[in-house]
Design a protein. Structure first.
Lengths: 121, 181, 154
């Protein structure tokens, strides 16, 4: 059920990209899709009643390894590693998309994509 | 677990407002609310690294979006596309949603990660060997900078390329503005 | 891009020190507490964005010009590649954690531990911070053609 709400968020972003006419609204739709995918990835790795994957001083055994309780009660660190880079990449791609929007506004005078298709500059 | 449903509901309502409203400033503020709700979700899903990164990236993203939209005089949007295209798009998206629900039913239950079901998953090996083999107490940092450092190299490359692209696209006007000022 | 009032300028010149110290802390302790290079780099960039919004673009550009920011960006990426190649030379594999395994194990939970992980964090923090500062500075140089005189601060 929680996965279904997350997928509904993704589909809302997809609706916005497909249907809307304003370029900035399309960029906002892409951002909503990115948030949905990041939330979904972290939700896959969640363990009910788990703890964050950061070891404290009393999780270490005498031999140097981590205690069994820590390994059995930790959430999955691998999706977190994927999402960490994905969030910073989404900021870079937002900067690129907004710079394209700004140049298009300076060239055509509007954010409306149906107008831009009509004017052949 | 009910806190997740409440937060997801808030995020859904904020995203619907962000998409449907006609004023661009309200849209951008609602995207800020979506990002803040996402950061709270990450905190409750026991991912503090991701929560810190999400909130600071959200702030910079809002500054970039506001810079692009508010200083233009065109802040109001006209209506959607014509009716037939709208209906076809909505029908196709509904089909995509139903197909996705079928796929999601095959995933495990929420709250049971892969490494609890499969005994020799990679994540279990990363957690068990994390402190001994890399010396880092933060297992996520050990994963992104030691076990999977290639992914970090790829991320640095993608960020570098997108920033160069943004700088090149805006460069001509920037040179004119710098030379005249 | 103009600056803001005197109150905003005074407060932001005090607060910027705290933001930079916090950003450096998040980068340095990335292997012990949550954070790491990415979050710390974005925090360092946002301290300069605060200065740009409060004092105006020209003040920040005299302080940290575009050319220096792009050189810092390339330096961060270059340092990351050098750490990887040194891992290949001394550890036998690309990106190997050669400092932890052979030369400098360090104590557990100390600041100097985990080998090349804090060094990689610093390189990534420098790179991400300089990149994001560069892109926001470039976005703010670009002025719209129908801007009223006096500006609105953004």
């Amino acid at each position: 059920m929680a996965y279904a709400l997350c997928f509904l968020l993704f589909v809302i972003g997809l609706y916005c990209v497909v249907v809307k006419k304003n370029m900035v609204k399309i960029v906002i739709g892409i951002m909503v899709m990115e948030y949905a995918v990041n939330i979904f990835l972290i939700m896959i790795g969640y363990r009910a009643g788990g703890r964050a994957p950061i070891a404290a001083a009393d999780d270490v055994l005498a031999g140097g390894g981590l205690s069994d309780l820590f390994v059995r009660s930790c959430v999955d660190p691998l999706p977190q590693a994927l999402v960490l880079t994905a969030i910073v990449i989404s900021l870079g791609s937002l900067a690129l998309m907004i710079s394209i929007c700004i140049r298009t506004y300076e060239r055509y005078g509007t954010f409306d994509i149906t107008e831009i298709r009509r004017l052949k500059g | 677990m009910s806190v997740f449903y409440v937060l997801l509901l808030l995020i859904l309502i904020a995203s619907l407002i962000a998409i449907e409203t006609r004023d661009l400033l309200s849209s951008v503020i609602c995207i800020g609310a979506v990002g803040f709700g996402a950061s709270l979700m990450f905190l409750f899903l026991r991912a503090p690294d991701i929560a810190i990164t999400q909130i600071v990236v959200e702030v910079l993203g809002l500054i970039i979006l506001i810079r692009a939209t508010i200083s233009r005089d065109l802040t109001f949007i006209s209506g959607d596309r014509e009716f037939f295209g709208l209906v076809v798009s909505v029908v196709i998206i509904l089909v995509v949603f139903l197909a996705g629900m079928e796929v999601l039913a095959g995933l495990g239950r929420f709250g049971m990660p892969v490494m609890a079901r499969v005994p020799d998953a990679a994540s279990a090996a990363y957690i068990e060997g994390g402190l001994e083999k890399t010396g880092a107490a933060n297992v996520v940092a050990a994963v992104i900078l030691d076990y999977r450092a290639y992914d970090t190299l790829g991320e640095a490359t993608v960020l570098f390329t997108s920033i160069i692209g943004a700088t090149v696209i805006l460069r001509k006007e920037a040179k004119e503005a710098l030379s005249e000022a | 891009m103009n600056g803001m009032t005197v109150i905003v300028k005074t407060i932001s010149s005090w607060v910027k020190v705290l933001i930079i110290v916090f950003g450096v802390y998040i980068v340095l302790f990335g292997h012990l507490t949550p954070g790491g290079g990415f979050a710390g780099g974005v925090i360092l960039a946002s301290s300069y964005v605060l200065l740009m919004l409060a004092f105006g673009r020209r003040f920040v550009e005299d302080n940290l010009p575009l050319s220096l920011a792009s050189k810092l960006d390339c330096l961060g990426a270059f340092l990351f590649m050098i750490i990887a190649l040194l891992g290949f030379a001394y550890g036998g594999a690309f990106f190997a954690n050669f400092l932890y395994r052979h030369y400098l194990p360090g104590d557990r939970f100390a600041l100097i531990s985990a080998g090349t992980i804090p060094l990689s964090n610093m390189a990534i923090g420098l790179k991400v911070g300089a990149s994001l500062f560069l892109v926001i500075l470039t976005l703010s140089v670009f002025r719209p053609s129908s801007d009223e005189p006096g500006g609105r601060g953004v």
